[in-house]
Design a protein around this ligand. Structure first.
Ligand code: GLU
Length: 434
């Protein structure tokens, strides 16, 4: 199966972007779907249905800044599909957010949830701001007003937000509180990724990274290798990258290069990741870490390592730089870090890519555990959560790898084929109304 980018349909064509900004997540997501629909021989109408978000809501969010001025922001929530259950997905605060990006991310959530057998559809939300430019109070007012505006389409049975880039467990607590005040009772199942004190789950904060490392182990084992003694580079040192680097280091991997938005650091002998975490907490960046030499983002992306974990934003590995990737395995902690063109270039060179919808699914898996626990008001131990997460990740990986081998697909082609088929089947079984 090839994942050749196809021109998106006019109805969903991405808005034009500056040439320097290569990332076109919606174009990528639609191209992936198109290739998968062809492979599965889906009828045209069903393909179109899956290419089109089920529901979108764009709201204006007036925010009173600390200086008294009112700034009007725009928020989006896209529910791509809910044939298999409530819509599920993160809320992103990042300057590059736009409706097309949110559409792509929502579609990927649909496939991700179906792939790891969660009874959810996919959604995503976003506001185009740099959260660092806003005070805590401003972020709270923004989040509460956004929640209030989106209230008609949110709910534990409708659409359940979670953290993503630029949002965290405090953001989720504000959403839960705003929703609960309006409902007149506490509704812990309205969001996941909450603080433990208000019904969050043990293990949620590190779940995405744990899942990434389960995939690293699985892909290495499949190729006769072990995580212990392997080398890794991690691009991004936020919620996903930081813990992925930490867990890889603890598992005996040599983490030789790490970057964040402000800088990068490398050490051939391996970075002391716990010390790097402490440094970054203090300095606000990995740059300047005394246990390594300063480097560039490219040094991380193109490091000579066994495993590259891109754990930041979309489109970082693209047609213009894919041939410089030296890693043997790319395990996608981020959503959409590899463009479809780059995907083919990597596959041609024998680089194995564990795709985002599998590799970073650990976060939404434990979100599901959190939702189940919150809805039942019955809490599991951390060991139970970690075991169940590992089981799900391992079995999803095994299923994707076996299907890939059987049908001569890349891991991404296989993961998409499995998940799109599941969503298509749910839709077809329910039938078209009226
Ligand atoms: N934002 C995360 C993701 O992209 C988690 C979503 C969730 O837990 O609902 O997978």
């Amino acid at each position: 199966m090839t994942l050749t980018p196809a021109p998106p349909s006019p109805a969903t064509a991405p808005a034009s972007r500056p040439a320097a900004q290569r990332s076109d997540p919606l174009g990528q997501a639609l191209a992936q779907l198109e290739a998968t629909a062809a492979h599965l021989q889906l009828p045209q109408g069903l393909h179109q249905l899956l290419a089109t978000p089920r529901r979108e809501m764009t709201v204006s969010v007036p925010l009173r800044r600390d200086d008294g001025e009112v700034e009007v922001l725009v928020g989006h929530r896209v529910q791509h599909n809910f044939s298999r259950g409530p819509a599920k997905g993160g809320l992103r605060y990042h300057p590059a957010v736009d409706l097309d990006e949110v559409r792509a991310l929502a579609m990927w959530m649909t496939w991700k949830c179906a792939l790891v057998q969660l009874p959810y559809g996919g959604a995503k939300g976003g506001v185009a701001i740099d959260p660092k430019a806003y005070s805590v109070g401003e972020r709270e007012r923004l989040t509460r007003r956004l929640t209030s505006e989106l209230m008609p389409i949110l709910g534990p049975d409708r659409d359940v937000p979670a953290p993503d880039i630029g949002t965290d467990e405090q953001t989720m607590a504000w959403i839960m509180d705003t929703f609960s005040v309006a409902a007149g009772h506490t509704v812990p199942g309205i969001v996941t990724g909450k603080p433990l004190s208000v019904g969050g789950s043990l293990g949620r904060a590190t779940a995405t990274s744990q899942g990434v490392v389960h995939c690293v182990r699985a892909v290495l084992e499949e190729h006769g290798r072990d995580v212990e003694g392997s080398t890794a580079a991690v691009q991004g040192f936020g919620k996903v990258g930081l813990h992925a680097a930490r867990i890889l280091h603890a598992a005996g991997a040599r983490v030789v290069a790490v970057s964040d938005q402000l800088g990068a650091v490398r050490a051939e002998a391996g970075l002391d990741v716990p010390a790097l975490v402490a440094h970054a907490a203090q300095a606000g960046t990995v740059a300047g870490f005394p246990g390594g030499e300063d480097a560039t983002g490219d040094d991380v992306l193109f490091a000579e390592v066994d495993v590259l974990v891109p754990a930041a934003v979309e489109g970082v590995v693209h047609e213009g730089n894919a041939e410089r990737v030296r890693a043997r395995f790319v395990v996608e902690g981020a959503n959409g870090p590899t463009t479809t063109g780059a995907d083919e270039m990597l596959a041609d060179r024998g680089v194995v890519v564990v795709p985002d919808i599998l590799a970073n699914a650990g976060g939404v898996v434990v979100s599901y555990f959190e939702w189940v626990q919150a809805n039942q008001a019955y809490w599991w131990t951390e060991a139970e959560i970690e075991d169940r997460l590992e089981q799900r990740m391992r079995s999803a990986y095994a299923e994707v790898a076996a299907h890939a081998a059987e049908h001569r697909l890349t891991l991404r082609g296989s993961a998409l084929a499995i998940s799109v088929a599941r969503v298509a089947e749910a839709h077809t079984t329910r039938g078209l109304y009226p």
